[in-house]
Write a protein that binds this ligand. Structure first.
Ligand code: GLA
Length: 413
């Protein structure tokens, strides 16, 4: 069997040192000193998948894996970006030209944040920046939100906005990052990832409530989630199966849910009473010859209920009992929402066979990562089982991460 590969997080010191060195290399001609270094985490969602754009509940934690940005403000409107992931190239734009549909490439996630802050009445000037990251890319762990949110806290400070200083201000930054992703990068995602990256706290999950009209403060509630005292571990498996949210599948799921809500005469599927699910599905039947609409709605409504139940169990100190909710979530995503992948199902099955208390795909799906709730003493056995299953299936080896709930975005140097 091949040796399992652990995807380690960097210390903030290490991350800061990397981007400072890169900044000097890329922008060395004029001093090479950034104004500071900021970082933002990727996230892993415990439960509540494809619920955020339906006005529902999600329960992410921040990863210890973070994206680092060294940034220096400019007195003009030019943006120049370097990345350790795109060596030797400089992404450049003028902020005056940034608008929906005008910029492409990874820099759209960055320039989009500056654009969205301006749209929200917080104009920022140009900047030089470099980024580096230990958040696995394209793994369903929100590498794009980590990038947006690291830039958001950097611009917040260098422009003297002060939004990152409290949770309400951070909620404003969340909105700007979501707009950057939806309108400039063109990915029609919900807001869970940005909320996690900007508002999570260590040893806690964040209950993200996307019900329309909720106040910023009520849309994100910390839920204590410290697995160590229960001798449990959240194992993350990056399947390395291809995953892309900009392709049509995610947008198609979202559009289907919006169509169902319109047919039912509700603002979002959050407004469907789970106790009236069967009646609701029956009302959709005349519009739904192939049953797809009903399966999508059933996933969303039951997933929101599972997320509330998960939160209740955790809050009651019964975290060891959440496993069946995770498994039910996975089955629903696999069979009703149809966003799983062979590799994700393989992780879930192998982990459960090896004794995991629960396992499910996490994030948008179609590849990406799965999580398993495992007794601390059994982590190695589960890792070996998953690795063995991938080997036996002739699949590319997965990557393994440990995911203790970590802190949100902020300045690190
Ligand atoms: C992606 C999106 C989120 C959310 C998840 C699915 O991560 O960015 O907004 O919709 O998929 O839960």
């Amino acid at each position: 069997m091949s040796t399992p590969e652990w995807l380690e997080s960097w210390s903030d010191e290490d991350g800061a040192q990397r981007v400072r060195a890169l900044f000097a290399q890329v922008f060395g001609e004029d001093g090479g000193e950034p104004d500071g270094v900021w970082a933002a985490p990727g996230r892993v969602n415990l439960i509540g998948e494809h619920t955020d754009y339906n006005g529902g509940l999600a329960l992410p934690t921040a990863l210890p894996h973070r994206t680092y940005v060294a940034l220096r403000h400019r007195d003009d409107d030019t943006v120049r970006l370097g990345s350790a992931q795109a060596p030797g190239t400089l992404w450049t734009a003028s902020l005056a030209d940034v608008a929906p549909g005008t910029v492409t490439g990874w820099g759209a996630y960055v320039a989009g944040v500056a654009w969205a802050l301006g749209e929200a009445g917080h104009p920022v000037r140009g900047f030089d920046a470099v980024v580096d990251s230990c958040v696995p890319f394209g793994a369903g762990l929100s590498s794009s939100a980590a990038l947006e949110c690291a830039v958001a806290v950097a611009l917040d400070e260098t422009a003297g906005l002060g939004l990152a200083a409290d949770d309400a201000g951070r909620a404003t930054l969340v909105t700007a990052c979501v707009r950057a992703e939806n309108e400039i990068a063109g990915a029609p995602t919900g807001g869970m990832d940005q909320a996690a990256s900007l508002r999570c706290t260590a040893e806690h999950a964040l209950l993200v409530d996307s019900r329309p009209g909720l106040s910023a403060l009520d849309s994100g509630t910390p839920v204590p989630f410290d697995l160590a005292p229960a001798d449990l571990t959240m194992l993350v498996v990056d399947t390395r199966a291809e995953h892309a949210l900009v392709d049509g599948q995610y947008a198609e799921r979202r559009a289907t849910c919006e169509r169902a809500a319109a047919l039912l005469g509700v603002k979002t599927l959050r407004d469907v009473d789970p106790d009236l699910l069967e009646e609701t599905l029956a009302a959709l039947a005349p519009h739904d010859a192939d049953g797809v609409l009903r399966r999508r709605v059933r996933h969303v409504v039951t997933e929101i209920a599972r997320t509330a139940r998960f939160r209740d169990l955790v809050t009651d100190g019964r975290v060891a009992e959440v496993g069946p909710l995770m498994v039910a979530s996975h089955v629903s995503l696999r069979d009703d929402y149809e966003v799983s992948a062979r590799e994700l199902d393989l992780v879930v099955d192998a982990a459960l066979d090896a004794g995991a208390l629960g396992a499910r795909m996490t994030g948008g799906g179609f590849g990406g990562s799965a999580i398993a709730l495992v007794r601390a003493a059994e982590v190695d056995a589960v890792v070996v089982a998953v690795q063995g299953a991938f080997d036996a299936a002739g699949l590319r080896a997965p990557g393994f991460l440990l995911a203790p709930p970590s802190a949100a975005a902020g300045r690190v140097a």
